[in-house]
Design a protein. Structure first.
Length: 175
């Protein structure tokens, strides 16, 4: 059976100290809080533009995004004339895809994933300067209970919440 010697213990201590130093040094790179440019403390969020083909989804997504900004707290929601930045969002694509099928059929879906893809542009208002131009996707799943139209409608709030989270994360934490 192997027994550590004093020399082995010394090497172990050196290794532990080295790992601690590396760990602490790694923490120095991480930044807490927003990575927004200086002077951007508030945002105006107009109703999203809907080019997705899914009716009325823009109101649910706009509302969820406003709530997510309030929950996050990094940016204050303001009227357009008072905001430091403007967030323009275009809902570009709405997709529904089956992910689980009925046991007796390869065509009838039982569980579905819905996705909405959005183009987001954050513009600093004074001076007029694009800060962020990116595409994000929100998604959720739902089970088909009853008809597809009602099942999709029932899943939209969860979809809007996920998209809102992705939008706020992209705006506040962009690198």
């Amino acid at each position: 059976m192997w027994k550590p010697t004093n020399r082995d213990r010394g090497s172990l201590k050196e290794l532990v100290v080295a790992l601690l130093c590396l760990g602490v040094a790694g923490c120095g790179i991480y930044r807490l809080g927003s990575s927004l440019p200086p002077g951007v403390n508030s945002v105006y969020v107009p109703v999203f533009t809907n080019e997705s083909g899914e009716p009325l989804i823009e109101t649910e997504c706009t509302s969820a995004t406003a709530q997510e900004f309030q929950k996050d707290g990094s940016l204050e929601l303001r009227e357009e004339s008072l905001a430091d930045a403007r967030l323009s969002v275009t809902l570009e694509k709405f997709e529904v895809e089956p992910i689980r099928y009925e046991q007796d059929s390869t065509k009838a879906g039982r569980e579905y994933r819905i996705k909405v893809t959005a183009a987001i542009v954050l513009t600093k208002t004074r001076p007029d300067q694009v800060i962020l131009d990116r595409t994000v996707t929100g998604e959720t799943t739902f089970f088909l209970e009853g008809d597809m139209t009602n099942a999709r409608r029932a899943a939209v709030p969860a979809l809007a919440t996920d998209l809102a989270h992705q939008i706020v994360k992209a705006v506040v934490d962009f690198w």
